[in-house]
Ligand binder design. Sequence first.
Ligand SMILES: Cc1cc2nc3c(=O)[nH]c(=O)nc-3n(C[C@H](O)[C@H](O)[C@H](O)COP(=O)(O)O)c2cc1C
Length: 153
Amino acid sequence: MSTLVIYDSVYGNTEKIAQAVGAALGARVLKVADAAPADLQGCTLLLVGSPTHAFGALPNVKGFLASLPAGSLAGVRAEAFDTRFSAKTTPQPPKFLKLMADTFGYAAEKLEKQLARKGAQVIGKAGQFSIDGNEGPLSDGELERAVQWARSL
Ligand SMILES: Cc1cc2nc3c(=O)[nH]c(=O)nc-3n(C[C@H](O)[C@H](O)[C@H](O)COP(=O)(O)O)c2cc1C
């Protein structure tokens, strides 16, 4: 099995998750700016991660998936993961944003839809990892939870 992790990260938290997941699975890990559609050749498990911004994934992560030819992920098992505000530790005023996010959604579920649209077999177990505040750090235990999540796929 050849596993590829593609991600982006602004403050480094999603990057930590991507690297931990990649190490647990013996996967190749690429920042989206360094990834090209050709990197998907021979990939049997694709994991795509992004911080949640404005209720969705970063534009370049969405853009990368959008740039893939139709049907190009046929036969590929895939899953998405994101980082997001924590319910417990988000201070005011971002607490208001947390409320909005719970209404309008997060990156991973939207990336799952994009993966499915390109023909991937989405596993249906999106990885959702929380951070404290806006810039992190990752909430306690999230790196370990990410490793367990990866192994469960
Ligand atoms: C411009 C901006 C918009 C954000 N929008 C959301 C959001 O809609 N929902 C959410 O849960 N977190 C939101 N956040 C918090 C980010 O998810 C958080 O900064 C990110 O998980 C940190 O990951 P990173 O270190 O990989 O960048 C936002 C952060 C920024 C800077």
